[in-house]
Ligand binder design. Sequence first.
Ligand SMILES: N[C@@H](CCC(=O)N[C@@H](CS)C(=O)NCC(=O)O)C(=O)O
Length: 216
Amino acid sequence: MGALAWENPMHRLFYADGSPYARIVRIAVAELGLGDRIATVETALRDPASSLLPHNPVGRVPSLVLEDGTVLTETTLILPWLDRVSGRPPLLPMDGTDGWRVLAAYGRVTGMLDGIAVWNRELRRPEHERSPGVIALETVRANRVADALEAEVAGGAHAGDGVDAARIALACACGYCERRHTAWRWRDGRAVLAAWFDRFAARPAFQATIPPPSGL
Ligand SMILES: N[C@@H](CCC(=O)N[C@@H](CS)C(=O)NCC(=O)O)C(=O)O
């Protein structure tokens, strides 16, 4: 990720180091070669003093504050903007057979990640406030999608060294479970997916954005 260069007007990407959604965008910025045009700003979440709130009342990361003050929030809306300004082959193509394939894979992975985020939020509550029903539902969902992904990767999906938004999102979802949601032993019974993740994890942009452990 490029160094902060405040002497030049530029766009600002607000992120938290533990956020898998923000990590998707941070990796996309690096993979698209936009690091020198987008400064990254670490911010606090769920904090009334957060530096993000004056820009974005939603208070979630990733949030991309453009030079003109426009604020883009939601990973899936920020990625097409990055693709558009980069001038490189898009990470989230919006047309063509390959494009639909990436969109389909991206949606599946972000659906899994959304469920994991709900599950993780339950685990962050005091034990007596947790919902066993929600945890059970999200556990089943995560395992179901991960089993489908294991079969897809075994069947040749996500092969090769290329990068796209679906692959980045998948790696960030697995990477989140490695460090911040270890309650789920996602590797068990999924040797092919685990090997895919280990290969993808060698990418410099992935290594540069490893989240701190959460203890969960
Ligand atoms: N749907 C959003 C989800 C983003 C999200 O949930 N971010 C979390 C961090 S992982 C957040 O900012 N949470 C702070 C809050 O909920 O107040 C996206 O795709 O960008």
